[in-house]
Design a protein around this ligand. Structure first.
Ligand code: PMP
Length: 416
């Protein structure tokens, strides 16, 4: 295996079993899972409904037969997602991952607009295939600067920059729209295909755009016919608590959304939901043989039904508020905490040098080890690896929220 595979923790964790919102490692130590495999285990571990759906599919003997045959699970899932998306005349294409989903969306957009020019956000992460990495700006993951696309990166998620410090939301949004107009007026030749953006940047450290930013962007984009792709790989399925898809928090209906991760609760599934005319335009974009395989579809249908029937969006709002309120209340006691932010069950703690306020990746690394010792799995992100990011399963209970909060605060005490 390659040297560049980065495992979390000085002594890597091997997870051998899971139940509810906890996992157990090879030494028998149990952890409350506040990262859920980077948001893949959206409804926790060993969920009877998902296991039974997968077992029923396995019992048919059909694990996969390729997308050249009709797959009922795809149709059922596509209908649900099309309805939930709010996109008019929506159609859905399934992939195996978020990267493939974004690759597909970019293919559709560049085809529809006959343009290789794309807008993306600074600090973004959309995957690392050749197309997806072109619109990824986050340096920690941008291992290749060659691009098949002509990409312009926008402000909108980098409010910490000196030029934006102290601005009100409205002034910041105005500055970002100015930036967008400036790019369109001066940096592009001909038509632009699309803007691709994460409503809350995941790998970027759960950086939030202020409410209203994407609506303001979309006004400019729509006037030019530029498509808007919302990457919902981290923000979809009710995680933000206040909307089912992250972009809906902004009152915006995009032309396409991409999704993956949690939908299969661990099984490989991703996809694009797009306006029918965009989806139908090219004669073939199907990326891979395995997209939407029947086992993944069984898992995904069961997972989505579970999220809806248990109203996990409301649970994300309720349990997320316990943690966010608690962290915000505790933060003033810790000069190493530069920022606490989040929405629903995705929240981040930025660790900084208490003297200078500069990003402190070494502190974040210590914090990771502390939380692990205390029995909680957390994630890391941000441009400098200094933002702790947490995204527990949407099934988190209120007791578990309080338990996790206590661990997060104790770990801050231990490294202060
Ligand atoms: N988009 C976003 C917002 C992501 O966070 C990720 C993965 N971290 C991807 C796309 C790529 O998804 P995958 O790893 O499933 O290819």
């Amino acid at each position: 295996m390659p040297n560049w595979l980065a495992l979390y923790y000085q002594d890597p964790i091997e997870i051998v079993s899971g139940k509810g919102n906890r996992v157990v490692d090879a030494s028998g130590k149990s952890y409350l899972d506040f990262f859920a495999g980077i948001l893949t285990n959206m409804i926790g571990y060993d969920v009877a409904e998902v296991r039974e759906a997968v077992e029923r599919q396995l019992a048919t003997g059909v694990v996969h037969t390729s997308t050249v045959y009709l797959l009922r699970g795809q149709i059922e899932l596509a209908e649900k997602i099309a309805r939930l998306s709010g996109i008019p005349d929506a159609k859905v294409f399934f992939t195996n991952s978020g990267t493939e989903a974004n690759e597909t969306a970019l293919l559709l957009a560049t085809y529809a607009r006959k343009s290789d020019q794309v807008l993306a956000m600074r600090q973004s992460y959309h995957g690392r295939s050749f197309g997806a990495i072109s619109v990824t700006s986050n340096r920690s993951w941008k291992n290749n600067s060659l691009s098949p696309l002509n990409v312009h990166f926008l402000h909108g998620a980098d409010r910490h920059l000196t030029q934006f410090k102290g601005l009100s939301d409205a002034d910041y949004i105005a500055a970002c729209v100015d930036d967008l107009r400036h790019v369109l007026a001066t940096a592009v030749a001909g038509d632009v295909a699309a803007l691709i953006a994460e409503p809350i940047q995941g790998v970027g450290g759960f950086t939030m755009a202020p409410d209203g930013l994407f609506a303001a962007y979309q006004e400019v984009l729509a006037a030019e016919g530029i498509l808007f792709i919302s990457d919902e790989v981290q923000t979809g399925w009710g995680r933000t608590g206040s909307a089912f898809f992250g972009i809906q928090n902004h009152g915006v209906t995009p032309d396409m959304m991409t999704f993956a991760k949690g939908l299969g609760n661990g099984f490989a599934v991703g996809g694009v939901v797009a306006r029918g005319d965009l989806m139908d335009a090219p004669h073939a974009v199907g990326l891979a043989t395995f997209g939407g395989n029947p086992v993944a579809m069984a898992a995904a249908n069961a997972t989505l039904d579970f999220v809806l029937s248990h109203d996990l969006q409301a649970n994300a709002a309720r349990t997320g508020a316990i943690i966010l309120d608690g962290l915000r209340a505790a933060a003033p006691r810790f000069p190493i905490v530069g920022d606490v932010r989040g929405k629903g069950l995705m929240f981040a703690i930025e660790l900084v040098d208490p003297e200078t306020g500069a990003p402190a990746p070494a502190l974040a690394a210590r914090y990771m080890e502390e939380t692990r010792n205390l029995g909680l799995l957390a994630g890391k992100g941000g441009l400098y690896g200094h933002a702790m990011r947490m995204a527990p399963p949407l099934t988190l209970t209120e007791d578990e929220a309080r338990e996790g909060l206590a661990i997060l605060v104790t770990a801050l005490e231990n490294i202060s």
